[in-house]
Design a protein around this ligand. Sequence first.
Ligand SMILES: [Zn+2]
Length: 407
Amino acid sequence: MLKRSAALGLVAAFGAVAAFATIAPHEDATPLPPQALIVEPLALQAREVPAPPQYVREEQFQRGDTLAGFLGRLGIEPTLFGSLARTPALRALRPGVHVRAEVLADGTPKELSFLTGRDTLVRIVPDGERFRALEEQAPLETRVLMKASVIRSSLFAATDAAGIPDSIAMQLADVFGGDVDFYRDLRKGDRFTVVYELYHLGGRPVRAGRLLAAEFVNQGRTIRAVDFGSSYYAPDGRNLRKAFLRAPLEFSRVSSGFGMRRHPIQSGWKAHQGIDYAAPTGTRVRAVGDGVVEFAGAKNGYGNVVILRHNGQYSTVYAHLSRIGVRRGARVAQNDTIGLVGQTGWATGPHLHYEFRIAGQARNPLSIAMPSGLPVPAQSLAAFRAQAEPLVARLDLLANANVALLE
Ligand SMILES: [Zn+2]
């Protein structure tokens, strides 16, 4: 009986793997591993000793919570608040942290535990008349999730609707930042698929990890990305990192809704040889590419302006800043903050005036093919394909499901 269920488990597991590996040559198929591997979970039955009457409660420490009020919510006996409050780990509790309490029927805590930002698990346990804290590496479990959504108003509205964490939305904007201007290029009906890691503790999701693969369909154009090494690549090995980012503004929840709306000062490129980005004062302005600060200061109509010189004949201009964050002659890397959005100079509202110049002439960046980073090196192509294939298969699965859903 045992042997039989073990064999069935193996077949099911192997079948699932095979579904994602259809391109692998058949002569590579190795014999099934020894069956003993699967038997282990069946040994779980032997439990005895009915626990003393106790319960488990989980509460989130809220902004404005006092420690006493919070411990009361966890069902802990008030006479113990004093000795619990002497535990430094509890005094350092931050709003937003979920605390799990195992409490006996008389209100005595058996254990309080919570996850720290360092991915460690703090456990507070009774120690005679006092309590002491133990800290250990949290046994996080990584799961891979796939989600898809459609843009109706903004990227964050779409990720919220699908329950995709903010950090994954940011990574998505980052990965495609060389191809898509998330302030100006997004259209209603654009859609995307993400494959990402989600860390769990005790079966509960605690935070997102890396974006492993993604697809973005922007104005009918499909771009795909697969995480490999230190960069993201298209499935054919082209690097998605470009010498210049499409948008000179950091993408964030606060400013993300702006580009989708029509703004009175938003005018076409031709009108004044640049692009205006309506954004709240204080929004981070970033260098679109590596370069050297050629000018940083006030200049008539531009107000506070930074001009960067890049490789080749390229330079970029960032005007109307409320604050300048760099000095003339400094080296900057792509994505470095060079200042903050403002309305200095001839500006009727807070916005960034951005120019892309070639040999000193303002050009429409949308009409220029931007140079890309290096592709996957030849010696890593086999490893890249092995990693990319199952991820691309997942993107295909969801893309098809998505289309079916939309039609
Ligand atoms: Zn302008």
